[in-house]
Design a protein around this ligand. Structure first.
Ligand code: ADP
Length: 162
């Protein structure tokens, strides 16, 4: 069975992420979308909220699983019997860092391959940070994140404001 892991912060999941998940699910027997818990970024949504969002938006994809991990990705992959890391590329600016990570992961475990998928052009400008910025400034999130989670994102921001 060909198992791939798609790691990221998904804070929150965007239509750009979902596009990669859908396309990857057609290539692999199983795709595990996994939230990195030990990221340096201070998240807006808890890991539980992010898992809930991802589960909501992937509920129609039978071979997609949602999980979270901390520590080294290669160790987590071994645990899951996965050999392929999926990464999305939006622009040249993503490349340098991702290239370094791919080489390091391959050095840590030479059996691991990183597969880069190009963003669909209509999502190339999307990132979780820009979505959060728009949401904070009360802009419309339609088309940026899946419809099912718009209300919850807006609600959370409203609550944080008090
Ligand atoms: P960000 O906070 O930059 O949106 P994450 O850390 O959650 O992203 O990203 C997880 C993965 O998804 C990374 O491989 C990232 O390059 C990819 N990704 C993020 N946004 C897009 C997009 N719009 N199109 C394609 N890939 C994307």
């Amino acid at each position: 069975m060909k198992i791939a892991v798609y790691p990221g912060s998904f804070d929150p999941v965007t239509n750009g992420h979902l596009d990669i998940i859908q396309r990857a699910s057609k290539i692999f027997d199983k795709v595990i979308v996994s939230i990195l818990q030990n990221s340096n970024k201070v998240p807006m949504f808890t890991v539980e909220e992010r898992i809930y969002f991802l589960r909501q938006v992937t509920k129609n994809l039978d071979n997609v699983e949602v999980d979270s991990f901390s520590g080294l990705l290669v160790n987590y992959m071994k645990q899951k019997s996965a050999k392929v890391i999926i990464k999305g590329l939006r622009a040249v600016s993503d490349f340098e860092y991702e290239f370094q990570m791919a080489l390091m992961n391959n050095k840590l475990n030479p059996e691991i391959e990183t597969l880069f998928m190009m963003t669909s052009s209509k999502y190339s400008y999307l990132s979780s940070s820009i979505v959060k910025e728009v949401a904070r400034l009360r802009g419309c999130l339609k088309g940026l994140v899946p419809d099912e989670i718009i209300f919850e994102i807006v609600n959370k921001i409203r609550k944080t404001r008090g």
